[in-house]
Design a protein around this ligand. Structure first.
Ligand code: PMP
Length: 360
């Protein structure tokens, strides 16, 4: 039975990459040892990380104005690192809130710096929407403007990029990096926990404009210090080497398979199939306004909540796993990152149709 894994993260990775990792697990590059057992300062590892960064730079078209860091601590590590590194004078950290993760970033930021938060989400009888980026009332004084382009739990995606006269734009791209084309120059700092579109959890990619490394910020642990990490080639301390290796393999795979434009088309096709089915069904619903529906995370609700447990157990029997919605919002959620094939979506829709018929 083919298993389709709809987990929000750690998520499904490309099977081709997993098979390659399996094949070279015990003997990496003919060294007779696993990549996990090699020094991060050994020549083959250094060559691998150099190519990994170059590959990501090509995939995302990242210019030399930016450093690319491979850090520890996942997405939440950056919730702390951003204010600690970017805090400036008396200016507050400005946080845009439209869901659970941007709210988490705001709360963490408030531990370290003065925070000004802007709720841009609207709730109209249980239908969620967001204010357009052009209507966000951003304060003039800001150390930075932080927002989350894709709310993994709420299934809300912001497709436009905010602008500010002088404050850097910071984006938590944990659940949408490499899923669609973006212009990196529109941002000043991008970060993304790896466990959705990149590789194993723990690793976090940080793409930071070099001029920001000159900021004093606040006293901070060296492992969260962008300038130190940049100077040390992301090796101030022992990096998560296996995750880094797997990220490099995923980037290689993406480059060999049409890169981000191809992924975007693939992701748009999958999301359209699933949302269209949900919209035409009387049995399932999605509560997000069409223009800001996530391409990566599709939450949906059954008309009758009491069928949730049965839906999940029946889905599992046919190889459709990890569809349970996040505990904070309930319902179901299909996370359909880059690695999810169109066939997975078709299998899910076929199952949903059958289940709806049987329980109508
Ligand atoms: N931001 C977003 C948008 C996320 O989806 C997540 C995790 N799902 C995080 C931050 C936190 O990441 P981590 O668990 O790696 O700290």
């Amino acid at each position: 039975m083919t298993v389709y894994n709809f987990c929000a993260g750690p998520a499904m990775l490309p099977p081709e990459v997993m098979k390659k990792a399996q094949a070279e697990f015990l003997n990496w590059q003919g060294l007779g040892v696993s990549v996990m057992e090699v020094s991060h300062r050994a020549k083959p590892f250094l060559a691998m990380v150099e190519e990994c960064e170059a590959s990501l730079r090509r995939l995302m078209n990242i210019s030399d104005d930016f450093e690319v860091l491979f850090m520890h601590g996942g997405g939440r590590g950056q919730f702390a690192a951003v204010p600690l590194n970017l805090h400036q004078g008396d200016a507050p950290g400005v946080y845009i809130e439209n869901g659970i993760w941007s709210n988490g970033a705001t709360k963490e930021g408030a531990k370290f710096t003065q925070v000004e938060s802007l709720n841009i989400r609207t709730d109209n009888n249980g239908q969620f929407d967001i204010q357009p980026v052009t209507q966000w009332n951003l304060p003039e004084q800001a150390s930075f403007v932080h927002y989350c382009p894709n709310e993994t739990i709420d299934g809300i995606e912001i497709f436009d990029v905010p602008k500010h006269n002088n404050a850097p734009i910071v984006a938590d791209m944990s659940s949408m990096i490499l899923s669609r084309e973006i212009n990196v120059d529109d941002f000043d700092l991008i970060y993304a926990g790896a466990q959705k579109n990149i590789g194993p959890s723990g690793l976090c990619i940080v793409i930071v404009r070099k001029t920001l490394l000159e900021r004093d910020g606040l006293p901070r642990p060296a492992i969260l210090d962008y300038a130190i990490e940049a100077k040390q080639g992301s090796m101030y301390n022992t990096p998560p080497t296996f995750a880094w290796y797997l990220a490099a393999e995923v980037f290689k795979y993406l480059e060999a398979n049409g890169g981000v434009p191809k992924m975007q088309a693939h992701n748009q096709e999958k999301a359209a199939l699933l949302y269209d089915y949900i919209d035409t069904s009387e049995f399932y619903s999605n509560k997000v306004a069409k223009h800001c529906r996530s391409l990566m995370n599709v939450p949906f609700w059954l008309r009758d909540d009491s069928l949730n447990a049965l839906f999940l157990s029946e889905a599992e029997k046919v190889g459709l796993v990890a569809l349970e919605g996040h505990r904070l919002v309930g319902g179901m959620r299909a996370s359909i990152y880059n690695a999810m094939p169109v066939d997975g979506i078709k299998a899910l829709i076929a199952f949903m149709e059958k289940f709806a018929k049987e329980h109508n």
